[in-house]
Design a protein around this ligand. Structure first.
Ligand code: GRF
Length: 187
């Protein structure tokens, strides 16, 4: 179990962090395909530059499931994928879908998590890698990293501090999930 299917909608910096970790030998996995629901996603160019398989697909559960199965994906990693997946998708990859969210869940789920943290006056925020279930940013937590929220933070400065941690956390969390899955397979 080590074939990753990565779903993006935009910049794709978390996807690049995962690909870098694989290339550096810090993550024992393989990117089987990078799928975007947006044709112009800059992350798609990064994937093509690396010679990876890419696809642009509308968010229809059965189309996404078929493409991921065609590439024999073991673990689906949402990386800035800005659409909610349906029940059919979640059921098809039950317990095998991860997401990264820029807050310390269960605090500040949904959109604009960094802005939510600033508005609430939180003194700490961070990021969370979690399994995806049918709810919004609500599945079991795999790993978290926290950062301080500073008095003069803006959405941009806080987002940048959190993003640095995201890039470290996501490859580590994927490695742990894959290791646990292969231990289970051997048992
Ligand atoms: C990240 O902040 C991630 O936590 C959130 O969307 C953003 C995606 O950034 N889900 P990128 O596309 O990986 O650069």
């Amino acid at each position: 179990m080590r074939r990753l299917g990565i779903l993006i909608s935009g910049r794709g910096s978390n996807f690049v962090a995962i690909a870098d970790a694989i290339d550096a030998g810090r993550l024992d996995a393989e990117i089987a395909v990078v799928i975007s629901n947006k044709a112009g996603a800059p992350g798609l160019d990064r994937a093509r530059e690396r010679g990876l398989n890419t696809a642009v697909l509308p968010v229809h559960d059965h189309l996404l499931i078929a493409e991921l199965r065609r590439h024999q994906v073991d673990l689906v990693c949402l990386a800035g994928f800005m659409r909610i997946l349906g029940h059919e998708f979640v059921a098809a990859f039950q317990g095998r879908i991860l997401n990264i969210h820029p807050s310390l869940l269960p605090a500040f789920p949904g959109l604009h998590a960094q802005q939510q943290a600033l508005r609430a006056g939180a003194k700490q925020s961070g990021c969370t890698v979690h399994f995806v279930d049918d709810g919004l940013d609500s599945g079991p937590i795999v790993k978290q990293a926290s950062v301080p929220v500073l008095a003069d933070d803006t959405v941009d400065t806080l987002s940048a501090r959190i993003l640095e941690q995201e890039h470290r956390l996501y490859p580590e969390a994927i490695g742990e999930v894959l290791a646990t899955a292969s231990q289970r397979q051997r048992a």
